[in-house]
Write a protein that binds this ligand. Sequence first.
Ligand code: PGA
Length: 258
Amino acid sequence: MKNKIVAGNWKMNKTFSEAEELLVAVAEGIDDMPLNTEIIICPPFLYLEMAADVSEESKFSVGAQNVSSEKSGAFTGEISAEMIKSAGVDFCIVGHSERRAHFQESDEVLATKVLRLLEKDIVPIFCIGEQLSEREKGEEFKIVENQLTKGLFYLDKDAFERIIIAYEPVWAIGTGLTATPEQAQKMHAHIRQLIEKQYSVEVAYNTYILYGGSCNSKNALELFSCQDVDGGLIGGASLKAEEFIEIINAAETSVKSN
Ligand code: PGA
């Protein structure tokens, strides 16, 4: 089993001082852990520079939660890939279901965002996942395939190899309704098969596919122990240092015990 990635998506939470406190608490908490897990913290834009500063002396990397599909210029309120990179950021979430739903981000816009990030050497963490109504109709595999095809499969092999995928069933996000390990494994294996068909066995094996959706310290080990679950994208449970560190511990344990 390969090493895991645990990414924290803070969403629109924390004031400046609370953000600093949480960053320092996580940094201190993981300081003396012999870590094989890659840790990525994705705070709001405003705190990226501070997070990057703290990360320099710590074992985590920093990611943004969003990026503009435009390069630069007269786009009031937008933040470009170049700006993110200049703040010391190496990762960026793209296509989170909250952005798809509340900000009408289409597959086409998301595909452009992925390109903007790759141009600046930022790793996209590309989110996919079905709604509850789609799962109830048995359409979850088709929906995810469509999101992958439109959002990523136009990339050539070299570009695709730089992508992290996060499978986040929309019905599990922030609801406390986690996918069962069986549901997660089934979808992750399906995603890997699609990558294999599009690229190769090797690319499929090497691609990181994270699970997201009410993942916490209680269910993380079971989820991370699934063969095709390479870690997690953690929302609510990343807002408390202790809880987040327990999830990191679960990632470490899941690799050691396999
Ligand atoms: P949650 O969010 O862990 O709070 O369900 C996950 C996410 O939206 O990335």
